[in-house]
Design a protein around this ligand. Sequence first.
Ligand SMILES: Nc1nc2c(ncn2[C@@H]2O[C@H](COP(=O)(O)OP(=O)(O)O)[C@@H](O)[C@H]2O)c(=O)[nH]1
Ligand SMILES: [Mg+2]
Length: 353
Amino acid sequence: MQVGILGYPRSGKSTLFRALLGHKGHHAGSRKEGYEKGVVKVPDSRIDFLAGLYQPKKVTHAEIEFWDSQALDEPKAEPHELPAYLRQADSLVAVIAAFNNPNVAHPKKSVNPQRDIDDLNAELVFSDLISVEKRLGKLANDLKRGHKEVADEIKFLERLKTALEANQPLRSLDLTPDERKAVRGFEFLSLKPVLWVINIGEGDLPRREEIEKSFTPTPHSEFYAVSAEIEAEIAELPEAERPAFLADLGIAEPALFGMIRHIYHLSGLISFFTCGDPEVRAWTVPRGSKAPQAAGVIHSDFEKGFIRAEVVHFDRLKEFGNIHKAKEKGQLRLEGKEYVVQDGDVVLFRFNV
Ligand SMILES: Nc1nc2c(ncn2[C@@H]2O[C@H](COP(=O)(O)OP(=O)(O)O)[C@@H](O)[C@H]2O)c(=O)[nH]1
Ligand SMILES: [Mg+2]
């Protein structure tokens, strides 16, 4: 999964990126192209437990890619050019400056998180409006040339245009699954789920929850308050020393953990596990995925040749200690094509190739 980081210059994007990468991450991509890609293993205590139980040769966590851009840090005129990687992202992390640092001037001269949220939203909306108008222009020509079949798409795009012109992000519209499919190719920015990361000063850490709740909830967006600078400092410490520092500051968990939880929730994603001799592995699928679809994430042959799934929920496996005990207690189930995979399922797929 790809997550694009955006925000105004000096809002703390790169500081947050560093903090996220501090946790077993590695860098990829190149600075020269104007962006940096960081790959982070998704922390999950369940996979640690399963690794202990199965002692496999290999343990594979789910991974998330975060993309940070230098281009967004330049004090250019607004609206700034949004980097192309944001279009490819599955979801967005928007960093909003809410800290007061006399050495770091806010590009808009004052700290005002709600204003920055509204302005960033407007930029996303504006960028989508341009895409819609371009497409509508082309379709109008097609219609003139007698291609009547484009009428439905025009009608649909007009609906999106009306919303965008009213400054409404597309993520706030109720689109049907078919409509979502139809708009995929546009890579609309205002349609992507957004985690608004409110970058607060150290002094505000005790008020995190209060600050998160002070923003008006909107569809497919969530708010998460962190101090990027403190998080980056903590991420530089040896892993063993981090918990004590976090506890000292009254921080329940590193930003990475909370952010990933939010991103999974926002994106409607769940994890399931496959366990065996060579490998214990976490997989990510959309909530509501049926067993064959989930099998297809592992290998397309698994989906085509799906026969059944043997499923035990992680909690039961943990409760009974191992798969044999869980089976004795009737907790190992055979599930068919219509089974909806649940978060925390441990699954063995049976298939024909
Ligand atoms: N006091 C304080 N300073 C911060 C915080 N986050 C970032 N900064 C500072 O703000 C400046 C810009 O941060 P940076 O991450 O480079 O912002 P970017 O332009 O959005 O990538 C740096 O000097 C950071 O040290 C924070 O939480 N508290
Ligand atoms: Mg930066």
